[in-house]
Structure formats: structure tokens, C-alpha cells
Design a protein around this ligand. Sequence first.
Ligand code: SF4
Length: 230
Amino acid sequence: MSKIQFTIDGKGCLADPGQTILEAALKNEIYIPSLCRFEGLKPAGSCRICTVRSQGRYMSACTQPVGSGMAIENIVPDIEDMRKSLVEMLFVEGNHLCPSCEKSGNCELQALGYRYQMLVPRFPYQYPLRNIEPAGPRLLFDHNRCISCLRCVQGVLTKDGKPVFGSVYRSGKKYVRVDQDLAATLTDEDAKKAMEICPVGALLKKEVGFVVPIGKRKFDKAPIGSEFTK
Ligand code: SF4
């Protein structure tokens, strides 16, 4: 099958037909920041951090297939500033207290905050009132940190394929709810995987804390995306 030729920030790239811009970028060792994408899950296009521009049109790189001859703009000042503003919005819209979070150093939102050198968000903090609840006997669900990326909705399933988490309502009222009966069937292994699927510290495996100390975690060692951009 013939390859599709395109460019990202002027660098010549090749893609297979049907590949999304984000998949093709990673194959070409180019990092496009994203939060809702998770390897093996269908792209949801929910966070919009991966927005790129081609021929003046904006598109989410995780859902848009590559077209022949596309000239994609990725790491350019105005798009990077737009991504930074999205990260800031996510921070002010929830309650993200990084220093006390078990996911600190492994959190993709925090890592993007560092990437964009976020200090004081340009938007006012909302301080929403949100609850913390169990998700079955093995998981803790802290809604303060949930960014509604929907990775858990697709990726955390029971043995017979039923979704444990679901998204309810829309826009500002949207939130992720847990089916406690289904969550009760999750194994330790499922709970560990759910914690990995969640990009932030909203889903935590119970009775596990600070096994790897802060300072020695994934993004403490190397910035997010550094493994892709050569
Ligand atoms: S709980 Fe985690 S994985 Fe699920 S929607 Fe919220 S942030 Fe995303």
C-alpha cells in the first residue's frame, strides 16, 4: 500500500492510509501533546489539546486522518498558547492539589502544566464542590481531579465487556459516574489498569500510596513527550 506524504512543521513525514495525524506523528517521532488519547482506545477528541492547523483549518490530530500533501502546523507559538490555555482551564475548573496527590510525577495534566510553564492561570479558579467516593472495593474516585477525558469510560470494563464508568449530562454539568455494582467486580489487576488509564489522579488504587517516592516518578525523570521528539 502506498504511503501518504505530508509535513509537520516543515518536516517530511510518511503515513499509512487511514492513520490519524496523531498516530502518524508518533510514528514519525514527533510529539503532539494530548490528554484524552490512550494507546489502544478509540480517540474521543474530548480534550482538544492535540489541535493542529493545516492549510488554515484547525482540527484535532487524534481524530483527523492524514491527507496527502497536508502541511501541518504543530509546535507554533499561537497553537502552543492555545494548548496552554486549555491546560489552565482544566486546572481552574477542578481542584488539583498536586503536592498531595498520589499521581504527582505520573500525572499527564501536571506534566503539561510544567511543559507550558504554567504559573498563574489566566482564568479565575472555580473551586467546584465535588465529592470523593469509592468505585467498588478497590478504587477511589476523586471527582475533584476528573477532567472528563472519558478514557475510563472506554477502557475500564468488566470481564463481560460492560463499562464501569459512564458520562452523564452535557457541557458544564457533565460528569463521570461509576456503576458501583459493576465496579465491585473489578480485580486488583483491573484497578491497577484503571489507575494507569486515568491521566490524572482521579482514579486511585486503594491501599497503594507513595511506593515510588515523588521525585523518582515518570515525569520527574523526563518531560512529557520527550521520548517522541528527536
Ligand atoms: S476518572 Fe480519570 S479517566 Fe475517567 S474521565 Fe475522569 S480523568 Fe478521565
